[in-house]
Design a protein around this ligand. Structure first.
Ligand SMILES: C[S@@+](CC[C@H](N)C(=O)[O-])C[C@H]1O[C@@H](n2cnc3c(N)ncnc32)[C@H](O)[C@@H]1O
Length: 181
């Protein structure tokens, strides 16, 4: 009986490790494809997330959009910090699956959602705050899109990379704050 129990536990552990390995491999394979459209997959550091939330205050009643939501770290952090609605656009289907699972498990579905969509193809005119962790080559193109689509007073918070022509309002911990006038 004990042997059977041990074998089941061992089987579950091996299954878990294999599943996690295959899942991470699939994330990486799709990441190669996602790089054509924007930044590769990386998660914002905790200190940056805190700074982004600070720049976004007050959050109450705000709709926030994360351009390339990865594993959902920013979306979840903003929803937990009190945003009314946080939307993440993500092009890697395995990261969409992972982040949706996390949102469901954390009971945040009322305030957070992930769309399996290319953010270059969506209108950002409803956003109150846009957050992103991009890559240098996309910043000029994204600057044009944001400045033509965003409504007045929308804040844009960029982790790590600045826009080439837009003058930022604040910079702290490598996080840039912009405002659309
Ligand atoms: C650097 S990660 C940022 C993840 C998350 N926002 C964070 O800060 O932790 C960038 C993400 O953008 C996604 N991505 C790249 N181009 C995209 C596009 N055109 N539309 C939607 N997602 C995209 C990538 O798959 C990747 O997960």
């Amino acid at each position: 009986m004990l042997l059977l129990f041990l074998m089941i536990v061992l089987g579950l552990i091996i299954y878990g490790i294999l599943f996690s390995f295959i899942f991470q491999l699939l994330v990486l394979v799709f990441d190669l494809y996602a790089r054509k459209y924007g930044a590769f997959y990386a998660s914002s550091q905790r200190v940056k997330v805190d700074q982004m939330i600070q720049f976004a205050q007050p959050l109450k009643g705000k709709q926030i959009v994360d351009l390339g939501s990865g594993d959902g770290k920013l979306v979840i952090a903003f929803a937990r910090a009190g945003a009314k609605k946080v939307i993440g656009y993500e092009i890697n289907p395995f990261l969409v699956f992972l982040s949706r699972m996390k949102i469901k498990l954390l009971g945040l579905s009322k305030h957070a959602a992930i769309y399996y969509q290319n953010y270059w193809e969506v209108s950002l005119s409803d956003a109150d705050i846009v957050v992103l962790y991009g890559i240098p080559w996309m910043m000029e193109k994204l600057e044009k899109k944001l400045r033509s689509e965003l409504k007045q007073n929308t804040r844009v918070i960029s982790n790590m990379f600045p826009f080439p022509h837009w003058k930022y309002k604040k910079l702290s911990h490598g996080v840039y704050l912009y405002e659309k006038y």
